[in-house]
Write a protein that binds this ligand. Structure first.
Ligand code: TYD
Ligand code: MG
Length: 453
């Protein structure tokens, strides 16, 4: 490979310098210079040329070019809208320890079982470590190849040697281009290496999955810059202390980003969870104050989740409000509405809230259930065990309907619930479930007898 030169460029003003300096010589900003490959200067004048492929009427474009091929892992194929498209590049992001390497090793093995060839490039673990994990997962297959390369020329060489249908690169943060002085994991290295890999995947027509570690704050450390470069971005989420893992498509050029994959981490790798509601409600104790079930929608999937609240007198000048799996901003809003519009005396109480099972609820549809859970905890009265609640709460204490209400209620009915508290405007009846329509939060709390404390 020809020796490449690198320069340091300021992303805001475009000024470049041959060496890293603390202050940009152009715009005088501090600490902005980032290393990149020195591209040849683009010509000032662009001359006309015939298109490499003549434009065609849109209806004559062949859609089969982007036909996904199933991997063989149901929950993964579901999120990808059927499987991986040959020549496409997917970025899988998630916190360390969430199970990225595990799911991709399983995926690579399934591709091999299905008659394809897979190459797993591990820059984080030795081939021995990966083999041990593969044994545990039952993923030893003659058409699953391993290599522990991190330098880009060797990585490309391994892809050339195996000519796989699927390449897994674990992870982009370990890759490096020897020409660049930046450390592996730096924005410059991650961007340049990934750019080369994307070109390689397109040129060979093999599907590629890049692993990217994400920090606690949800940033792909470095590879945020990758999101526009790849076809698909998947996020693997979950709480490391719980078995549940949620796989979402954040971006998907070949289909919808609605679908959601649910997995359970077991002793033998990740297992799909086709019946999530049952999983979350398995350990529920009925008749306990402060517990309310919400039919939530994750992607296109309805899931029943138990919300719990506990209130206790506080010894702190500003009482504690904890939200585990519950959006802290929505909790504050719900508590303010309970205080001001319903008149519940919460100001000197600690409030703890929890979505059971390691789920994270961000949607406004969980407001009503959260408010009822707090009111139930405060009054000491349980809500009926066969009741679910969904609806968004406005600052005036009014209730608003949320999307997919019929689908939510149908799932509640399927799981044996008989009653649902919903806003007045909620759509027509759903078979098997009696609707308790309420206009305001005060009305809803009163109907359940939770006002007396
Ligand atoms: P891993 O796939 O290494 O996570 P990542 O690549 O996202 O950093 O998964 C790590 C965790 O998963 C680790 O704590 C052990 C656990 N695990 C199981 O519980 N069962 C298994 O079969 C495997 C392979 C891992
Ligand atoms: Mg890993």
């Amino acid at each position: 490979m020809a020796k490449l030169r690198t320069v340091f460029r300021c992303p805001s003003c475009g000024t470049s310098a041959p060496k890293w300096v603390g202050q940009c010589p152009g715009c005088e900003a501090w600490g902005t210079l980032v290393e990149e490959l020195d591209a040849p200067q683009s010509p000032q004048v662009v001359s006309l040329a015939g298109p490499s492929r003549p434009p065609v009427p849109i209806a004559e474009v062949d859609p089969s070019e982007f036909t996904p091929r199933p991997i063989g892992i149901g929950e993964l194929d579901r999120v990808l809208g059927g499987g991986l498209v040959p020549g496409s590049v997917t970025l899988l992001g998630g916190e360390p320890g969430i199970g990225k390497s595990t799911v991709l090793l399983q995926a690579a093995a399934e591709v091999a079982v299905g008659g394809g060839t897979a190459l797993y490039l591990s820059g984080e673990e030795s081939p021995q470590q990966v083999r041990l994990r593969a044994e545990r997962l039952g993923a030893l297959h003659p058409h699953l190849f391993l290599a522990a390369e991190t330098a880009l020329p060797q990585v490309l060489g391994a892809i050339e040697a195996v000519d796989p249908d699927l390449v897994v690169v674990d992870s982009v943060q370990t890759l490096m281009m020897p020409e660049m002085s930046s450390a592996p994991g730096s924005v410059a290295q991650v961007r340049e290496c990934s750019h080369r890999l994307v070109q390689e995947a397109k040129a060979r027509g093999c599907a590629m999955v890049l692993v990217g570690h994400v920090t606690k704050e949800g940033n792909l450390a470095g590879p945020r810059v990758l999101e526009h470069m790849v076809d698909t971005v998947l996020a693997f989420e979950g709480d490391r202390h719980h078995a549940l893992r949620i796989l979402r498509a954040v971006k998907h050029r070949f289909g919808a980003t609605q679908e959601l994959g649910l997995f359970e981490m077991t002793e033998r790798g990740l297992r799909g969870v086709p019946e999530p509601s049952g999983l979350f409600l398995a350990d529920r104790r009925v008749g306990v104050p402060g517990s309310v079930v919400v039919p939530t929608v994750e992607g296109a999937r309805p899931i029943l989740v138990e919300l719990q609240a506990l209130v206790a007198s506080s010894s702190l000048p500003s009482p504690r409000r904890t939200a585990q799996g519950v959006d802290p901003g929505r909790l504050s809003m719900v508590l303010a509405v309970l205080e001001r519009r319903v008149g519940l005396p919460l100001a000197r109480l600690d409030v703890f809230s929890l979505a059971v099972g390691g789920v994270r609820l961000h949607e406004p549809g969980a407001d009503l259930a959260l408010a009822l859970a707090v009111a139930s905890a405060l009054s000491g009265q349980p809500v009926p065990p066969d009741l679910v609640a969904c609806g968004e709460i406005g600052l005036g204490g009014e209730l608003r309907q949320v999307a997919h209400t019929p689908r939510r209620l149908a799932e509640a009915a399927r799981m044996g619930f008989k009653r649902a508290m919903v806003p007045f405007s909620a759509p027509a009846e759903v078979e098997g479930i009696h609707l308790i329509r309420v206009g305001t939060l005060l009305d809803g709390i009163d109907r359940l007898g939770l006002l007396a404390s």
